[in-house]
Design a binder for this molecule. Structure first.
Ligand code: 6PG
Length: 476
């Protein structure tokens, strides 16, 4: 017998995806650099489905039906390049390599071109949902040639999460598009988590609420418009008590956030594309600041801290303000993320459909949320939406939250509690809706020191003021 698909790289994500494929009736060839992981998978889970154990890459490739389909689940970067090269040397034209890792989209563009030149199909697929999602249904974002989606799409759709019977997997577009949208997904994940962190910090350090009570607030929020996986697990993490000390687990975890790089990539790409993805950028910087342990230690005690004087009198009302600030900031972060996807899609000619993307993010992935249904509807109604924030539903949501949002930032600032993502999201919103921005002054300054010229509001053409001469204006 031959396998419909092979999985190489059997760490947790790889072995869970392989099991998921087997659970759906596919015969799966297994390969790992060292045989130990393959044998462990077969020993523990061999009875769950039809697996073919292979030791060498040659055996692995020979175990696959044609056109061959291989899913690579190894560490992004050099390890992925190595496996691709080994596979490509053994494969035949028409065979398909799927990279399911968190690869940088520019690597995927390069690899796709190199494989296409050898007659092979290369599918860069973003896969989200962590270990649990990989096993029970992730959200899958495959890029690459449309023809290869015809061959791998049904297989990937079968193992993806489903919402209302719709698979959380769709063809995103050519070459690096799948990994690009996965990167932005992760950026949004960073923003979501930072906003949740700020909301928690406000309840903890402005309102002085105990952790268990804050957990209850998140549990309650999860029944409304904020209903999402990350809010749900926030309640769980906050409810966890450390067995060793009896304290809330969150109080014994070191407050330095790690990052593997996808958030940083999102921000770098946003800078290159000229898209103000401020929510994600603030989240990445907040993680960096939290990890500047030595510098933080030196600063501690030097700056005035939180003062109880600023504690709002009506606790319940302030908790509601925080909820609205969180929601509005979240809308901003998603709106910015979708702007970046649109810009990336235009830059690379991918034709990514934002509505289809929102549809496959409703389930399986880390940022899955009820609210993605609203995003899908907004793009269904108007595929040319200038910004998600301007869709009637989200505009209303933000407008009705804006007073709360301002109160939260004013209070946090007065109390000395940092809210970088809440505050910059509100500034973004205020800047976006402003009739005039101080950018006019920036243009004046640029013209003064560098003769960079400016446009006028009242007539066409470029102009320059003779700043070091008689200060008359000339047409440039
Ligand atoms: C997912 C996650 C996953 C991974 C992140 C974590 O969608 O399933 O995003 O890809 O957990 O890469 O990223 P950091 O380590 O940078 O927080």
């Amino acid at each position: 017998r031959l396998a419909q698909i092979g999985v190489t790289g059997l760490a947790v994500m790889g072995s869970n995806i392989a099991r998921n494929l087997a659970h759906h009736g596919h015969t799966v060839a297994l390969h790992n650099r060292s045989i130990g992981k393959t044998d462990a998978l077969i020993a523990e889970h061999g009875s769950e489905g039809d697996f073919i154990r292979t030791e060498t890459m040659e055996e692995f490739v020979a175990a696959l039906e044609k056109p061959r389909r291989v899913l690579i689940m190894v560490k992004a970067g050099d390890a992925t390049d190595g496996v691709i090269e080994d596979l490509a040397n053994l494969m035949e034209p028409g065979d398909i390599i799927i990279d399911g890792g968190n690869s940088l989209y520019t690597d995927t563009i390069r690899r796709e071109a190199a494989m296409a030149a050898r007659g092979l199909n290369f599918v860069g697929a973003g896969i989200s949902g962590g270990e649990e999602g990989a096993l029970n249904g992730p959200s899958i974002m495959p890029g690459g040639p449309a023809e290869s989606y015809e061959s791998v799409g049904p297989l990937l759709e079968s193992i993806s999460a489903h919402v209302d019977g719709v698979p959380c997997c769709t063809h995103i577009g050519p070459d690096g598009s799948g990994h690009f949208v996965k990167m932005v997904h992760n950026g949004i994940e960073y923003a979501d988590m930072q906003l949740i962190g700020e909301a928690y910090d406000l309840m903890r350090n402005v309102l002085g609420m105990p952790v268990t009570e804050i957990a209850d607030v998140f549990r309650d929020w999860n029944t409304g418009v904020l209903d999402s996986y990350l809010i749900e697990i926030t309640a769980e993490v906050l409810s966890q008590v450390d067995a060793a000390t009896g304290r809330p687990l969150v109080d014994v975890i070191v407050d330095a956030a790690g990052q593997k790089g996808t958030g940083r990539w999102t921000v770098k790409s946003a800078l290159d594309l000229g898209i103000p993805t401020t929510g994600i950028a603030e989240a990445v910087f907040a993680r960096a600041l939290s990890s500047s342990t030595a510098q933080r230690k030196s600063a501690q005690g030097l700056v005035a801290g939180t003062s109880t004087d600023f504690t709002p009198e009506d606790k319940a009302a302030f908790v509601e303000d925080i909820r609205k600030a969180l929601y509005a900031s979240k809308v901003v972060a998603y709106s910015q993320g979708f702007d970046q996807i649109k810009a990336g899609s235009e830059e690379y000619g991918w034709n990514v459909q934002p509505g289809k993307l929102a549809t496959i993010w409703r389930g399986g992935c880390i940022i899955r949320a009820k609210f993605l249904d609203r995003i899908r509807e907004a793009y269904d109604e108007n595929p040319e939406l200038p910004a998600l924030l301007l869709a009637p539903y989200f505009r209303d949501a933000v407008e009705t939250s804006v007073e709360s949002w301002r109160r939260v930032i004013i209070t946090a600032t007065a109390a000395g509690v940092p809210v970088p993502a809440f505050a910059s999201s509100l500034s973004y919103y205020d800047a976006l809706r402003a009739e005039r921005l101080p950018a006019a002054l920036t243009q004046g300054l640029r013209d003064y020191f560098g003769a960079h010229t400016y446009l006028r509001v009242d007539k066409p053409g470029s102009f320059h003021t003779l700043w070091s001469g008689d200060r008359s204006e000339v047409e440039a």
